[in-house]
Design a protein around this ligand. Sequence first.
Ligand code: AMP
Ligand code: MG
Length: 343
Amino acid sequence: MSQPTSKRRMIGSAVILIVVFAAIFVGRQGDIEPGWYTVSSDAMGTTVQIKLDAASQEQLQELAEHGFAAVFAIDALLSDYKDDSQLSEANRDAAARPVTIDPDFIAVLEEARRIADASGGAFDVTVGPLIDLWWLAVKDGVPPSDSAIAATLERVDYTALELDGNALRFGKPGLRLDFGAIAKGYAVDKAVAALKEKGVPRAIVDAGGDLFVLGLQPSGNPFRIGIEHPSADTPLCVVAIADRAVTTSGVKRRYFEIGDVRFNHIVDPRTGRPVDEAVSVTVIASTAMLADGLSTAVMVLGREEGLALVDRFPGAEALVVTLSGADSLRVFPSAGFGQYLVE
Ligand code: AMP
Ligand code: MG
């Protein structure tokens, strides 16, 4: 395995890293032509990678800049780390006055609502106050009390989000939007759309587990994507996909640790507690936003209800992984997941 060479390039204020691609997917993915490149940048609270083949550094630079511009725009709009994002503005002001939001904000909100409705509120982007409560518990080293959870649940209710045209209002005080379960997927979709606009025939955009595969390999075969194992470093399985998104949600990447206990970073808005049935969920869907949102929703609903939810979204498939006993994984695929499995 040759050592990748790398160059740093600047795009606006963001640093992107261009790496000769050949070695990147070894172990994770099969037969990619050498000469592919990976361009990475920190965005959306993770590392975003765009993988594509280009005839020259100049072309690579141009395409990568175009793809990342789409990601950075969504990050600037929907980040809850940035005080000047529209999401932060809504969280600050929408209980007091209508806040005008952009079409991209509306698109994420509407998809979030669709998944929330379909999942009976298991998926809920107003989960913010609960997430804050659990982070506070991590800091204090003590799980939140039942009464604190009950009080916080009063402030979790996506049905109180009122959208009138492009004006968003919170119909209840104390709500906080958290797009952590869905915005990365949307940013991936926007980057893919930007690359398509430039005529890019094939690319992979990966935002830390939320990825979209555009087109086929030069050989005409679909790309092979290794599905993250919930505990080991080797892939759990390999899927072959084209023009589809694949997302994995799980406790491995992010979690709350209180004392010695590791809790899932996904919280059930019906109980106020971290979910514990599935250890990971992979969803394949037509958009990365849907795959991202559904994978989180299925984590909350668990195997049976979760797979039933996925069945209601045409073209979406899921793989639910549970842990029974010390180390024994059980894997439950949706009816059509097998069509993508190659290993
Ligand atoms: P993901 O890694 O895509 O599954 O998203 C997890 C993130 O989504 C968490 O870090 C929270 O910010 C947020 N989240 C947690 N629980 C929920 C939920 N029940 N519905 C919607 N978003 C959630
Ligand atoms: Mg998600």
